[in-house]
Unconditional design. Structure first.
Length: 163
C-alpha cells in the first residue's frame, strides 16, 4: 500500500467517524497512530543516517599490480548493527557511494574476492567459456584478517595484498 492509499483510507474513516460510526472512529485512530509512528521513524532514520554514512573508495592491488576485476565486501564486525555492503573492483579501483555507504566509526570485516581464468574451457549453453578461479588466499576473504573503521564522510581505503 502506498502512502497516498493509506491517506485515502484515513480520510474515508474520518468521514465515517464524523457520521458517528464508532467502529470507524476506532479504526481511524489506529490508522492515524500507525501513520504517525511510521512517519516519525522514517524521518528520524533519514536524519540520523544521513550524517552517519560515509562513501568509501579505494584501490586493490596484489604485489603492486591492480586487480582486474573482483569484489570488496564490508561486513559489520563484532555483531555490530548495519548491513553488508559490497562494491565491484574494476581496473584495481572500487567505489561505494554515500547512498549505499558504510556507517562511520563502525568496525567492518573486509572480504576481497578476485577471479582469474584457469586456462581450462567448459561448455555452457552451447558456448565454450573460460573456467574461473578465486585466486586470493582465504585470509583476504572467507577467513578475512582485513578490517576497516571509516571515520569521515569520504573515506579512502586502499589494499595492497601479498599472497
Amino acid at each position: 500500500m502506498t502512502a497516498a492509499g493509506a491517506w485515502e483510507i484515513a480520510l474515508e474513516l474520518a468521514r465515517q467517524a464524523r457520521a458517528g460510526k464508532p467502529v470507524a472512529m476506532a479504526v481511524m485512530a489506529l490508522v492515524a497512530a500507525m501513520l504517525l509512528v511510521t512517519s516519525m521513524t522514517i524521518l528520524s532514520w533519514m536524519l540520523a543516517s544521513r550524517d552517519a554514512l560515509c562513501a568509501v573508495q579505494g584501490h586493490v592491488t596484489i604485489l603492486g599490480e591492480p586487480i582486474a576485476s573482483g569484489e570488496v565486501m564490508f561486513n559489520p564486525g563484532d555483531g555490530a548493527p548495519g548491513q553488508r555492503r559490497s562494491a565491484l573492483i574494476a581496473g584495481g579501483a572500487y567505489s561505494l557511494p554515500l547512498a549505499r555507504g558504510l556507517l562511520r566509526n563502525q568496525k567492518y570485516v573486509v572480504e576481497i574476492r578476485a577471479m582469474r581464468p584457469t586456462g581450462r574451457l567448459y561448455r555452457s549453453q552451447g558456448q565454450e567459456v573460460d573456467e574461473l578461479e578465486q585466486f586470493l588466499p582465504s585470509r583476504f576473504n572467507t577467513a578475512s584478517e582485513l578490517e576497516a573503521r571509516p571515520t569521515s564522510t569520504r573515506y579512502q581505503l586502499d589494499y595492497d595484498l601479498s599472497p
